[in-house]
Ligand binder design. Sequence first.
Ligand SMILES: NC(=O)c1ccc[n+]([C@@H]2O[C@H](COP(=O)([O-])OP(=O)(O)OC[C@H]3O[C@@H](n4cnc5c(N)ncnc54)[C@H](O)[C@@H]3O)[C@@H](O)[C@H]2O)c1
Length: 294
Amino acid sequence: MAVKKVFVVGAGLMGGGITQVTATAGYEVVMRDIAQEPLDKSMKEIERSLGKFVSKEKITEDQAKKALANIKTTTEMADAADADLVVEAVFEKIELKQDVFKQLDEICKPDCILATNTSAISITSIASVTKRPEKVVGTHFFSPVPMMRLCELIRGLQTSDETLDAAIDYAHTIGKETVVVQKDVAGFIANRVGLAMSAVAISLVERGVATPEDIDKAMKLGFAHRMGPLETSDLTGIDVLMNAMKAIYNETQDERYAPPELMQRMVAAGLLGRKTGKGWYDYSTGEQVSYWKL
Ligand SMILES: NC(=O)c1ccc[n+]([C@@H]2O[C@H](COP(=O)([O-])OP(=O)(O)OC[C@H]3O[C@@H](n4cnc5c(N)ncnc54)[C@H](O)[C@@H]3O)[C@@H](O)[C@H]2O)c1
């Protein structure tokens, strides 16, 4: 089945980005949130972001206009009835996601594909509340969605080849590179690898082996990483990273994902990274300044 109409559930950071790239690729998109306010905020952000792409000559003004014209917003889940593909991007809570999927299963056409942008919840457990687990798939985008090229496609235990292929096709047509996660494991690929590295980097700081600045420098100059693991964790939010680690740890009991005590104290102290002005670095002067002395 060719995907034409896409329904995006959740108009936050990720839902807005997914809506933008999907509409830019020419799909009709309906974006749903529980109130008009987040929808309006998200539309403003989409307009701003498209404007930036125009000013950088990545797209034309006409393409930006067409993208905006392809987007409708709604507060009604019932508007998913004629969608060919739904991409869910609500808060990361299993009860909420299962509730959304239960509703979608009732509302959507039998051949509609239900995709989730979850970072850490198993695709299989989300699919389990539907009568179409073969049509449920993970589409894990990265933030900011219009800039980041990767989309991880995750096969739940019962996801069919047809569903996976359709999701891969959709991701390619919206300009993403894909990787396929063939088994529904916690953290998929990118977080499973990336969070282990972050945990090791943090434990090196904790043990006084090196400063965050030197660890980041080592990974940038030694392995050509664009950003070091500690700068990245300041950008993501140390609390967000800690929760993601805990999710993998809780499921696997793998000690590599146990959040180091120093990380837990940083979160307790509100040193969460860029969003609070201080994390592994101090951002209060507008610059990224290392203040760790070992
Ligand atoms: N932020 C990231 O960097 C990132 C990256 C990859 C994946 N994710 C995942 O994407 C999902 C969304 O994350 P986000 O950062 O966009 O969150 P967010 O907090 O920015 O947005 C979530 C939105 O969902 C809405 N919502 C809640 N219940 C809803 C419902 N029943 N129907 C419709 N909308 C509803 C909220 O009002 C909010 O606008 C999460 O599962 C998250 O783990 C996030």
